[in-house]
Design a protein around this ligand. Structure first.
Ligand SMILES: *Cc1c(COP(=O)(O)O)cnc(C)c1O
Length: 475
């Protein structure tokens, strides 16, 4: 930049950007949830060749915001129920802006003492919140996908180490066989992680699920009894469709007796542990060897943020360690952030977590999780008043599975997707589709700090109104 007065440039740019951001944030409760434009239209608006000469930053950002806004989805808003999507707590959003302004490299403590110290503090808060052993190690990653990868890398290290095989040095060629077990309902990202770790997906022993998508206890026990040699059992806390929990209390001790490493994918369900009324579902998960979770889901920090938590720091560290002559390792007890994650140079992802958690405190975080669970039950009960709506899961957490029934004719499987598309188009709320036990369903996930009971009522009304409009019996 040629400007002699960069601070003046920043002021104008940042004021402009803040007002653009404020306009977006205040529009969230009222704007149609679905974006107005699709990718094709946006390609035209935003596209064209990169020009030879540059332009004023404030003008560039303003024009970009104008071009991109029609393609924005109000997913941080209160009536977005798609996937499992958190919003952004005000304090974590503000801290995320600072994270970019500060532009710290959270690679080594020496590169940013603030980033390193904040990770340490947040890690201790996370372990305390979940009532996990304080000696667990925590890696700050981009999401549960990379958390699954990181935890399973630690698992791979440890199960091989016990056989005398150094997998980081030797690789997998000629390595002993490892048995990987996962539920029929395990999340797709788990298999991506296994793929990246060279463990493959074809030979994973799939354990059957019950009507709620929980691992079936009897069948799982029987299979676990038979395992010998290195093994990794992958359990799930919070089925991505139904919200159901695998029976951790029964299966973890049994698997560990057999020498297996037990990993829990708890992208959002891990936070069910904050509620004592969910004890019957969550109990035993604290016995696992590793846990993957998201922060951009129920902790409501902006994308992207996930946590890999490992009971055995030595295995975690050995699987991720980074060494180079110019990397100056922190002395003694100081923790270098990149020794616990796959990345080297990286964003100081703990800053938004720090401010988000601190602004809530333990009690409000519990209340957030409790409220969303209650709102999911409210949504289910409001929808169920309509005889053309069936709720297919026990609403134990924040997830509701909805099936729409066509009036006066048999359902050939096309009606639920049809109604869902009409709901998305109508724009009061947004929910996505899935397959549940082979049937198309609409999934509702309530995971946002700003969702009110009124939002649930407005959304349930809109869903029923759109259904009634679609559900005209044949004349
Ligand atoms: C969302 C989710 C993931 C993947 O998380 P990302 O944030 O997309 O990386 C993994 N497992 C479960 C159960 C999930 O719900």
């Amino acid at each position: 930049m040629e400007k002699k007065n960069p601070s003046g440039t920043y002021e104008k740019l940042i004021d402009k950007t803040a007002s653009l951001a404020a306009r977006w944030l205040t529009s969230l409760p009222d704007r149609p949830v679905k974006g107005a434009s699709g990718v094709e239209e946006l390609r035209t608006t935003l596209g064209g060749p990169l020009s030879e000469r540059g332009a004023d930053p404030a003008q560039v950002v303003e024009a970009f915001a104008e071009g991109a806004t029609p393609g924005l989805v109000a997913s941080p808003g209160p009536r977005y129920f798609g996937f499992v999507t958190g919003g952004a707590l005000p304090a974590s959003l503000a801290a995320d802006w600072l994270t970019s302004a500060w532009d710290q490299n959270a690679v080594l403590a020496i590169a940013s003492p603030a980033a390193a110290a904040t990770e340490e503090v947040v890690a201790s808060w996370i372990l305390d919140l979940l009532d996990f052993p304080p000696e667990c190690s925590v890696g700050f990653v981009t999401g549960c996908q990379m958390a699954n990868f990181t935890c399973l890398a630690a698992a791979r290290h440890e199960v091989f180490r016990k056989t005398g095989w150094n997998v980081e040095e030797e690789g997998l060629r000629g390595a002993p066989e490892v048995t990987v077990l996962a539920g029929e309902e395990a999340h797709a990202t788990l298999f991506v992680a296994l793929r990246m770790l060279g463990l493959g997906t074809k030979n994973v022993v799939r354990l059957p699920g019950d009507a709620q998508g929980r691992m079936e206890l009897g069948a799982a026990k029987e299979t676990l009894e038979k395992i010998s040699g290195p093994a990794i059992l992958c359990l799930q806390a919070g089925n991505v469709n139904s919200g159901a929990f695998d029976p951790c209390a029964d299966l973890i001790p049994l698997a560990q007796e057999k020498g297996a490493w037990v990993h829990v994918d708890g992208a959002f369900g891990l936070w069910g542990k904050l509620l004592s009324e969910l004890n019957s579902h969550t109990k035993g998960m604290e016995l696992a060897d590793s846990w993957a979770t998201d922060a951009h889901k129920w902790l409501n920090v902006p994308y992207d943020s996930g946590l890999a938590i490992v009971r055995h720091p030595a295995a975690h560290r050995a699987s991720m360690a980074l060494n180079a002559p110019y990397y100056i390792a922190a002395p003694g007890e100081v923790r270098d952030p990149s020794q616990w994650v796959p990345e080297s140079s990286r964003r100081a992802r703990a800053f938004p977590l720090y401010c988000g958690l601190k602004s809530l405190g333990k009690q409000s975080l519990r209340e957030l999780v409790e409220r969303n669970c209650r709102q999911a039950r409210l949504m289910a009960s409001l929808l169920q008043e309509d005889p053309s709506i069936r709720i297919l899961n026990d609403v134990v957490l924040n997830q509701v599975l909805v099936e729409f029934l066509p009036a006066g004719k048999a359902d050939d499987g096309t009606f639920t997707p049809l109604v869902m598309a009409a709901i998305q188009k109508e724009g009061t709320c947004w929910a996505g589709g899935s397959l549940w036990k082979g049937r198309p369903v609409m999934r509702i996930s309530v995971s946002n700090w700003s969702t009110t009971d009124t939002d649930i009522r407005i959304s349930a009304e809109a869903i029923r109104r759109v259904l009634a409009g679609t559900n005209q019996p044949p004349a």
